[in-house]
Design a protein around this ligand. Structure first.
Ligand code: CTP
Ligand code: MG
Length: 226
């Protein structure tokens, strides 16, 4: 199956608090977005489209490999992925299917094995697949005053990571449906599930953690031995 990677890199990184957009912040001396592109390719993705913030387009083009397609993203992650999806060429295999893997630039250290597991599930016939991890902490709900109201049983809970993989036609159709709705989506599996498509899971990896705050970046620097 031909696989296109989309990297959502158009966020500003408010919670990280760096002067640069988060995807340009260096990890081990290289911008996060470069790590994310490499992770997709190492796992078997054939071509990559990156959605970037309009003002920094040139800065992204300067650090990304020549054969990576750069598009301007939008105000939300959903809008950024939609822009990249529109730019991603159709490239059907013998069965007429193209895989699309949507990844966060904020997950620089995703092991290639995770990407490969997502691709394998798609090749096996899944229309949508996400890498997940169990919830290890005791999990509760609280009321408006922060007082504990209930324990949440953990066996059915999962934390969802990226890259999330889709049959291209399925993802395009789901994004078209989502366009008309007021719902806000934080990932692509939610968009597809809202369109009624079953989403399969594969094992994620703790090393694929998202860099959100400064502490996450410090941990990632330790991982790369910086
Ligand atoms: N993203 C995007 N376009 C947006 C917003 C987010 O492509 N309009 C991307 C980010 O670049 C990031 C991924 O979506 O790789 C996950 O989002 P998040 O971790 O929230 O990153 P930011 O939005 O940049 O950070 P923050 O929310 O702290 O501002
Ligand atoms: Mg954000």
């Amino acid at each position: 199956m031909h696989a296109v990677g989309i990297v959502a890199a158009a966020g500003s990184g408010l919670r990280l608090g760096a002067e640069l957009p988060k995807a340009l912040v260096p990890l081990g001396g290289r911008p996060l977005v470069c790590w994310a592109v490499d992770a997709l390719r190492a796992g078997g993705v054939d071509e990559v489209v990156v959605a970037v913030p309009a003002p920094q387009r040139a800065a992204f083009e300067a650090v990304l490999p020549e054969d990576v397609q750069v598009v301007v993203g939008g105000d939300t992650r959903t809008a950024s992925v939609r822009a990249a999806l529109a730019a991603a060429r159709e490239h059907a295999d013998d069965q007429g299917r193209t895989a699309v893997l949507v990844h966060d630039a904020a997950r620089p250290l995703t092991p290639p094995a995770v990407v490969a597991r997502v691709l394998a599930a798609l090749a096996d016939g899944a229309r949508a697949v996400v890498p997940v991890l169990p919830v290890v902490d005791t999990t509760v709900t609280v009321d408006a005053d922060g007082v504990l109201t209930a324990d949440v049983p953990r066996p059915a809970l999962r934390r969802v990571q990226t890259p999330q993989g889709f049959d291209r036609a399925t993802l395009v159709a789901a994004y078209a449906v989502a366009h008309g709705s007021a719902a806000e989506f934080t990932d692509d599996a939610s968009v597809v599930r809202a369109a009624g498509v079953p989403v399969r899971t594969v094992d994620g990896d703790e090393r694929s953690a998202k860099i959100t705050v400064a502490h996450d970046l410090a941990l990632a620097e330790l991982q790369v031995g910086w």
